[in-house]
Design a protein around this ligand. Structure first.
Ligand code: GLA
Length: 396
């Protein structure tokens, strides 16, 4: 069985500082850390002014940053061969390409736009990460938020008073610099998550609150299975779904699908738009019920909600794939309370809720089924809800 470990944060920190010194010839000033996430309920609802319920993973991205006294920006990663070198002026739209655009896009976003822009200096940045890339676990937001967090600390600002601003900057890096039309869930949870809890976010007004899942008390665990079918949010499918939702809202004459009710949705003539809108409105309701079911420790209800969500994403929103369907089905057959695909879709990961003693058996059953069906071997991880972004000065 392949397990993706989150690593010991102290070890990752020390290793990164050492590599930074080797590469750039001096120690970094600060190391920012921001987690990946797995969403438990509320998929493709964020850009419809809906509700989401993600948890931060213990797996995180670390960005070591050193201030320079010119306007040069250099970024490199321990996971990627190619880096990027340019100037602050080249960090905006049309500048860096590939993974580096997420990192330097945040520098641009923090230094521009509404509010008081920060005086972002030239920097050297080295990145290390235990968040799997392309697994639908939000490695992009982790990267944006790790770099942003480090820069805010580098400028001597208090992180806690800058968390919301960092969410906005990370979203702008992704939508305006990288060009992925995503909705903000990933950056919000990366910055605002609390350990042990999920984060309920309402995108109608941007409010959020921690929801204690009581996993330890109820003996439940969250198993995430990366199908290794790589997903990319800059590919067409995500944007097409978003456009469908906007078109459905336009035809229903509501500002967003959050304002549409089931009766209105049923009145849509176009079959595809009706199914897209039905997914969104029913999924928002499932987020509410999931929060209640966790509070009541009602495993049967949680199981029904997770499966209903998966079916809705598979049939109405059409963002699943055979590997995700197989992982979900097999997890439940092998003793999970419930399971669903998670994240943007078109590949990526499934999440399953189960009693702690079933974790090994479920992971093994999925592995065997993937072999039988001729799929690439999956990788698993345990999603113990972790904290949002943090920062350490080097030497502390
Ligand atoms: C991706 C996006 C999020 C959200 C999810 C689907 O993770 O980045 O904004 O839309 O897909 O729920």
């Amino acid at each position: 069985m392949a397990w993706t470990e989150s690593g010991d944060p102290d070890q990752v920190h020390r290793r990164l500082v050492r590599h930074f010194q080797d590469r750039f010839g001096a120690a970094p000033d600060v190391v920012g850390r921001a987690p990946g996430r797995v969403n438990l309920m509320g998929e493709h609802t964020d850009y419809n002014a809906g509700l989401v319920l993600p948890v931060a993973l213990p797996h995180a991205t670390f960005a070591a940053v050193r201030r320079r006294d010119d306007d040069v920006v250099r970024v490199a990663s321990l996971q990627q061969d190619s880096g990027w070198e340019g100037t602050l002026a080249g960090c905006g739209p049309g500048g860096a390409q590939g993974w580096a655009a997420y990192a330097v896009g945040v520098l641009w976003a923090l230094g521009t736009g509404a509010g008081e822009p920060l005086e972002v200096p030239g920097v050297d940045v080295l990145v290390d990460s235990t968040v799997p890339v392309g697994a639908g676990l939000s490695s992009s937001a982790a990267l944006e938020c790790a770099v942003g967090t480090a820069v805010v600390a580098l400028l001597g600002h208090d992180l806690d008073t800058h968390r919301e601003r960092l969410v906005r900057a990370a979203v702008r890096a992704e939508t305006e610099v990288v060009g992925a039309p995503t909705g903000g869930m990933d950056q919000t949870v990366a910055m605002l998550a609390e350990a042990g809890a999920a984060l309920l976010v309402d995108f109608a007004d941007g409010s959020s609150r921690a929801v204690d899942l009581g996993l330890a008390a109820s003996g439940l665990r969250l198993l995430v299975t990366d199908t290794r079918v790589s997903h990319a949010l800059v590919d067409g499918g995500y944007g097409e779904r978003r456009a469908d939702c906007e078109e459905a809202a336009r035809r229903l004459e509501v500002p967003t699908l959050r304002e549409a009710d089931a009766g209105q949705v049923d009145s849509l003539d176009d079959d595809r738009l009706r199914r897209r809108a039905r997914h969104v409105t029913t999924e928002i309701e499932r987020v509410r019920r999931t929060v209640e079911a966790f509070a009541d420790d009602d495993h049967a209800a949680l199981g029904r909600l997770l499966l209903a969500s998966h079916v809705s994403m598979r049939d109405d929103f059409e963002i699943s794939c055979p590997e995700l369907d197989t992982a979900v089905e097999t997890a439940v057959e092998a003793g999970a309370v419930g399971a669903r695909m998670t994240g943007g879709g078109f590949g990526g990961s499934a999440v399953a809720l189960m009693p702690a003693e079933r974790v090994e058996a479920v992971a093994r059953a999925i592995d065997l089924r993937f072999v039988r069906d001729g799929f690439t071997a999956p990788a698993h991880l345990l999603a113990e809800p972790g904290p949002g972004a943090s920062v350490r000065r080097v030497g502390d």
